[in-house]
Design a protein around this ligand. Sequence first.
Ligand SMILES: *Cc1c(COP(=O)(O)O)cnc(C)c1O
Length: 243
Amino acid sequence: MTTIANNLQQVLGRIAQACTDAGRGPADVALLAVSKTFGADAVMEAVTAGQRAFGENYIQEGVDKILALRASLPVSQPDVALQWHCIGPIQSNKTRQVAEHFDWVHTVDRLKIAERLSAQRPDHLPPLQICIQVNVDGGTTKSGVPPAEVLDLARAVAKLPRLQVRGIMSIPDHAPDFEAQLAIHTSARSLFDQISALGEPGLEGFDTLSLGMTADLEAAIRAGSTMVRVGTGVFGGRTYPAP
Ligand SMILES: *Cc1c(COP(=O)(O)O)cnc(C)c1O
């Protein structure tokens, strides 16, 4: 077994254990393998090991990998259809590439970016799946909207024709231990519950809580995460600077 296949098995084991500890089913939590800074060959190894959903932070790097994987996978096999998630900041001049190549965006925190993504989403593709990024612990240097503004932004994004609002995402600052991680993730969960309970038109598909990374996935799953974004745990340590 390759290192990546072995790592994947370990991460899936951690997810399954965390689900058991939280009284949840292992199918309640999806694994997004964060492949930033790793090459298409590493992604292919993960695909061979059964992984299908990948997260990328840097738009150009992500698009290059999407195209490389598409070229090396037989399109006629729907069981190897990959799902690509943009989890990095998006500048206005990059929205077209995101709209044309990715399936999901976790980092919408401005209506202007959402409007461009909707306008630029090609007609032959399904709607782009959107999470609103929330700055849940008030970190001043980070992207994400304050919790109090998430509902208004979600409603505005839901009106855009080529986007579908799926939930919220957050990247809290590093917290020292499980309890501290759990407290922060639980505040994201509460916000998620408030919005999904509204059941408003346009927000019926609000089912995704994108929370947790390699270091804190157990706390995120306890808090209610439905999608953990794991880079280091799957691909190993990253060498910066990224491309
Ligand atoms: C890099 C990154 C991850 C993965 O982080 P690890 O600690 O390597 O698991 C998850 N989410 C976002 C937004 C990231 O940028």
